[in-house]
Design a protein around this ligand. Structure first.
Ligand SMILES: [Zn+2]
Length: 269
C-alpha cells in the first residue's frame, strides 16, 4: 500500500511536465495529491511549442501551477521562424514565469548539435530581453553548456536535474544560477550529486521532480509526480543534516524568489 504523504511542510516542485500524456488519465488526482502533500506550487516546464501552450492552459485552470515556455534541445529542430514567433509571444505573457526548458542534450542527440546550440542561444537571449529566469537542461554537454553560459555572463535561472561535477557546480553558482536537484539524489548509486548537495549554498538549492520522469526512491522506475518531491526533500535534509522543515522553508523561498511565484498578474490578486 502506498503511504499518504502528509502536508506538514510546504514544498515547491520547481520542474514538472504535468501536461504530458502520462497524466492523461488522472491529471486532476495527481494535482490533488500534490496539494495534499504540501506541494503548493509547481513550475510546469515547456518542452516544445505545443507543450508550452498546454502548460499555460493547465496553469490557467490550476492555481498551483506556474507555466514556463521553451523548446527542449530534443525539439530544437522544430524551431522554425513560425515557431519562434509563436514562442516569443507566449514568453512575453505576464503569467509565464520562466523560459525553459532549454539547453543541450548530447546524449540522445534527437536534434543536430548545431540546431541545439542555435535554439539554446536564441532562447537565452529571449529570456534576457524579457528579464525572465531560464530553466536549463544539460545532458552530456557540460563543457558546451558552461561555455555558452560563461560567454553570456552572469544571469539567473536553474541548471535543472544537475548532473555536472563539483567544478561545474561552482562555475554555474559563480555565474548566479541555482542548482535543481531531483530524484537522482535519492538513488542508492548516487555519489557525485550527494556531495555537491552537501556543500551547496542553501540559498541556491531548488527541489524538483521532472515528473513524469526520474521518480525518486522508493518509486524509482515508476511514473513520477509532484507529490514525490517530498522524498527528494527528505534525502536533501538527511545529506545536509538539517530538518525537513528547514529544507522545505529554504527551498520554497528560493523558488518563490527566482520564479516570482508570489506574483500572479493574470490570476486572482
Ligand atoms: Zn524536464
Amino acid at each position: 500500500m502506498e503511504e499518504e504523504l502528509s502536508a506538514a511542510v510546504e514544498l515547491v516542485d520547481s520542474h514538472a511536465h504535468l501536461e504530458a500524456r502520462h497524466f492523461a488519465a488522472d491529471r486532476e488526482e495527481v494535482i490533488a495529491r500534490a496539494i495534499a502533500a504540501g506541494v503548493m506550487r509547481i513550475v510546469n516546464a515547456g518542452a516544445s511549442l505545443p507543450a508550452s501552450e498546454a502548460s499555460i492552459t493547465l496553469a490557467e485552470a490550476h492555481e498551483t501551477i506556474y507555466p514556463a515556455v521553451g523548446i527542449h534541445p530534443h525539439d530544437a529542430k522544430t524551431l522554425s521562424e513560425t515557431t519562434w514567433v509563436a514562442l516569443q509571444a507566449l514568453a512575453r505573457r505576464p503569467d509565464v514565469v520562466a523560459i525553459g526548458e532549454i539547453g543541450l542534450d548530447f546524449f540522445y542527440n534527437l536534434s543536430a548539435r548545431e540546431q541545439q546550440v542555435d535554439a539554446f542561444r536564441r532562447q537565452l537571449a529571449l529570456a534576457r530581453a524579457l528579464d525572465k529566469p531560464v530553466i536549463i537542461h544539460d545532458r552530456d554537454a557540460h563543457a558546451e553548456t558552461l561555455a555558452i553560459l560563461r560567454e553570456l555572463g552572469p544571469y539567473r535561472g536553474v541548471l535543472h536535474c544537475f548532473s555536472g561535477d563539483a567544478a561545474m557546480a561552482e562555475a554555474v553558482l559563480d555565474l548566479g544560477y541555482h542548482i535543481g536537484v531531483g530524484g537522482p539524489v535519492t538513488f542508492r548509486n548516487a555519489r557525485v550529486l550527494p556531495d555537491i548537495v552537501r556543500r551547496l549554498p542553501l540559498d541556491r538549492l531548488l527541489l524538483e521532480t521532472d515528473a513524469p520522469y526520474l521518480a525518486p526512491q522508493p518509486h524509482r522506475g515508476q511514473r513520477n509526480e509532484p507529490a514525490y518531491v517530498r522524498y527528494v526533500a527528505e534525502r536533501v535534509a538527511e545529506l545536509r543534516a538539517m530538518s525537513l522543515a528547514e529544507i522545505a522553508q529554504a527551498t520554497t523561498a528560493n523558488a518563490v524568489v527566482l520564479f516570482r511565484l508570489d506574483h500572479r498578474p493574470t490570476k486572482r490578486g
